[in-house]
Design a protein around this ligand. Structure first.
Ligand SMILES: CC(C)(COP(=O)(O)OP(=O)(O)OC[C@H]1O[C@@H](n2cnc3c(N)ncnc32)[C@H](O)[C@@H]1OP(=O)(O)O)[C@@H](O)C(=O)NCCC(=O)NCCS
Length: 153
């Protein structure tokens, strides 16, 4: 990435004003994410913020278009095992289809894994489709066991 591009893309934590910068529309490129009201967004933002460093959402803002073009989150789970250890769970990683292939996904993962490490997690884990396996390997992850899921809706 050139210096110009480095300066163009700002990596930071989610802010309450990011709803107006296309944050929800970006999540719609990942999965079902119906439009929500300002009040619903603000309430959920406050809820997540109350976890402080234990639940962090990273975004990348394109400072030219003022749009959010990449995101991912990490939730820190407190455990009894491993000397009351902590595990980071990475979720909801997506890069806007117009700017994929510019290492923005890698930047989001770097931000989230650094945060988990800094906060004392002994590991960070995530689930992904087979299509994204190589992407996560390039980010330093290794395949381990299998995912099980039970959806309620
Ligand atoms: C997967 C995704 C987040 C990758 O983001 P990105 O910004 O395009 O990826 P990057 O540019 O940071 O890629 C980093 C490296 O991984 C490679 N890579 C990225 N996606 C890949 C894929 N699907 N298959 C193989 N390699 C991939 C890139 O070529 C690059 O390799 P290089 O370092 O050798 O050049 C993005 O494609 C996306 O949002 N997809 C749709 C949503 C999704 O599937 N999210 C993941 C949910 S688990």
């Amino acid at each position: 990435m050139s210096i110009e591009e480095e300066n163009r893309f700002l990596v930071r934590k989610l802010e309450i004003s990011d709803k107006s910068r296309g944050f929800i529309e970006l999540l719609q490129q990942l999965t079902v994410c119906n439009p929500i009201s300002e009040e619903e967004f603000n309430a959920r933002f406050q809820d997540i913020s109350s976890y402080g460093d234990d639940h962090v959402i990273c975004v990348i803002e394109d400072t030219e278009s003022k749009k959010i073009v990449a995101t991912g989150s990490v939730f820190l789970e407190k455990k009894f095992v491993r000397n009351c250890g902590k595990v980071g769970h990475i979720e909801d990683v997506v890069v806007d289809s117009n700017v994929r292939g510019m290492k923005l996904g890698q930047k989001v993962i770097e931000f989230l894994t650094n945060h988990a490490k800094l906060m004392g997690c002994y590991k960070v884990i995530l689930d992904c489709s087979g299509d994204n396996k190589v992407f996560y390997e390039k980010c330093g992850f290794k395949e381990k066991e299998i995912q099980m899921a039970m959806y309620f809706n």
